[in-house]
Design a protein around this ligand. Sequence first.
Ligand SMILES: Cc1cc2nc3c(=O)[nH]c(=O)nc-3n(C[C@H](O)[C@H](O)[C@H](O)COP(=O)(O)O)c2cc1C
Length: 495
Amino acid sequence: MKRIMTLFLAIILSLGLAACSNRAELKETETFLNLESGGTESETHTMNNELNTVNGTLVVYFSATGTTKPLAEYAADFLNADLYEIVPEDPYTEEDLAYDTDGRADREQNDASARPAVSGGVDNIDRYDTILLGYPIWHGQAPRIISTFLETYDFSGKKILPFCTSHSSGIGSSDVNLHDLAKNAEWFEGRRFAAGTPREDIKAWLDEMEITADKTVGDISFDLESRTVTLNSGHEMPINGLGTYSLHGDECINSVKSALQSGVRLIDTASAYGNEEEVGQAIREAIDEGIVKREEIFVTTKIYPGSEMANPEESIQACLDRLDIGYVDMMLLHHPDVNDVKAYKAMEKFVEDGKIRSIGLSNWYVEELIEFLSQVDTIPALIQNEIHPYYQENDVIPFIQGKGIVVQGWYPLGGRGHTAELLNDPVISEIAGVHGVSSAQVILRWNLQKGVVVIPGSSNPEHIKENTELYHFSLTEEEMYRISALDRGEKHDWY
Ligand SMILES: Cc1cc2nc3c(=O)[nH]c(=O)nc-3n(C[C@H](O)[C@H](O)[C@H](O)COP(=O)(O)O)c2cc1C
């Protein structure tokens, strides 16, 4: 269900994204153009020490029937702000909302002291100095749950910018009547919007109110000369690597060593793959044999939902112990989980201790990401999702990249049982023929030109080497377009 909701939201967002040239789109276009124009040209990166800190704007909203919600999402997207939905502990039914029936909503609005309970809360309101507050008009006023929200926190010194949606009423006195509930806040004049207000109008309102994004989105375009990208954590990461899912024992050790010998500097593993010991052994042997130095390589691992995320300190330490390579360059949460925020916070502590360099997420889509970002301090450096020509995530990728988060694709070649079909796809084969490269190289290069890091898995030394040879050719805009047209929204794994 969550997945369906995510897809639905992603489609809505993508329609919105398509409707105007927003930051996320520009970001992707920039990435695309940077690669297109240069081929092997070096890009410069803007380092910004504030990249990894949370910004000071929070978009809060209550939306009983979903009208206010998209407007809040547009605002959060434009401002790169966190988003928080006021969810009633006791959800409103259709009957509750039927007005002029003396139903629950009517009674609450008639009772100035009504304070419907809110489920959950804002993690750390002190991080925000600007709050956008969205609500529907109920009998000319803000719903009483907005009063509950305002009385829960100390808004002293914070700017509050109210906005509402309604059937036909204006904002009236609904915004001014809230002032007493947060007396020491600096209240801005509120604005009413009609249902279905387009993104551009929200942007125009924010511009008019001089509310601007206070978080700089970092440059995550790829440097094709060094074959790296600079993460928002400030660390450099190679843009092509080796995935080790399904590799075990000697086959795993040999594959990792072969990759390191072929110049691969990014190795991806996970606790759930059950091969961290072999990956670690291969790396230690490669270091001992003078093939690489520890600081030249980038190793990613992941902790899994369930007991691992329920006991994150233990699980993180266990990954470090199994790998036994000093520190881990990147640790990801493998999937969303009830304990994901707790596990992420544990990873943050390991970053402080220098045992992990960067942290991120895997299998996180738009809705999960919006929800997650409002609860954590460190913006993920990377999100790793299933991406291949038959499952392109063209809606999700710009959304993630627009937040300065690097996207990495797993199953770049389609995944087990699907690789042959993908590699023999007539369009991809034809493009491969034109450039004198393999279909795999075309697909990997297509990813790089979209600003997506690739980690193809292989145990075949020739394939491992071939998968690194991605920098002597580039795909034309038309070829990129032809591959984009192959999207079927066809997931090759369950998450
Ligand atoms: C109990 C109740 C009272 C409402 N009173 C008004 C009103 O006074 N004026 C108005 O124009 N719309 C009124 N509406 C309609 C909502 O303001 C409007 O549909 C709003 O956009 C819903 O936003 P939401 O979907 O985010 O909850 C009322 C709706 C409800 C449920």
